[in-house]
Write a new protein. Structure first.
Length: 120
């Protein structure tokens, strides 16, 4: 039972850690090309994805090197199979419905995969 709970909560903990890194690490602020539909102003973005990626990999490497957690933690065969099955089931239901959906302007949702026209 503890493996199931750990398998359930581990992605939440990892996501919270990566999200915390996005908030805490310095970021370059840029003005994008998408406009706010209410104010008409260009939206501003914080870019620090590469820094967060490298810090995340460094933390994983340090945890494996110091034997705090095994290198292959998270690759438990049963847990990976269950996660993959859940992802396939989710994508198998959501993606076809999303791509076949028709927007108000008559175009399919598949045509709106770019951020230039509002995206999803």
């Amino acid at each position: 039972m503890s493996d199931l709970l750990m398998g359930f909560f581990a992605p939440w903990v990892v996501f919270a850690g990566v999200f915390g890194l996005h908030l805490l690490l310095p970021a370059r602020r840029v003005t994008g090309y998408v406009r706010d539909e209410h104010s008409g102003q260009l939206l501003r973005y914080r870019l620090n994805g590469l820094l967060v990626f490298f810090v995340t990999v460094a933390v994983w490497f340090a945890a494996g090197r110091s034997r705090v957690m095994p290198w292959d933690w998270g690759k438990d065969a049963g847990r990976c199979r269950r996660a993959a099955r859940g992802q396939r089931a989710g994508l198998g239901r959501v993606l076809p419905a999303r791509l076949s959906d028709t927007r108000r302007d008559g175009r399919g949702a598949g045509d709106s995969m770019t951020a230039r026209d509002g995206g999803w």
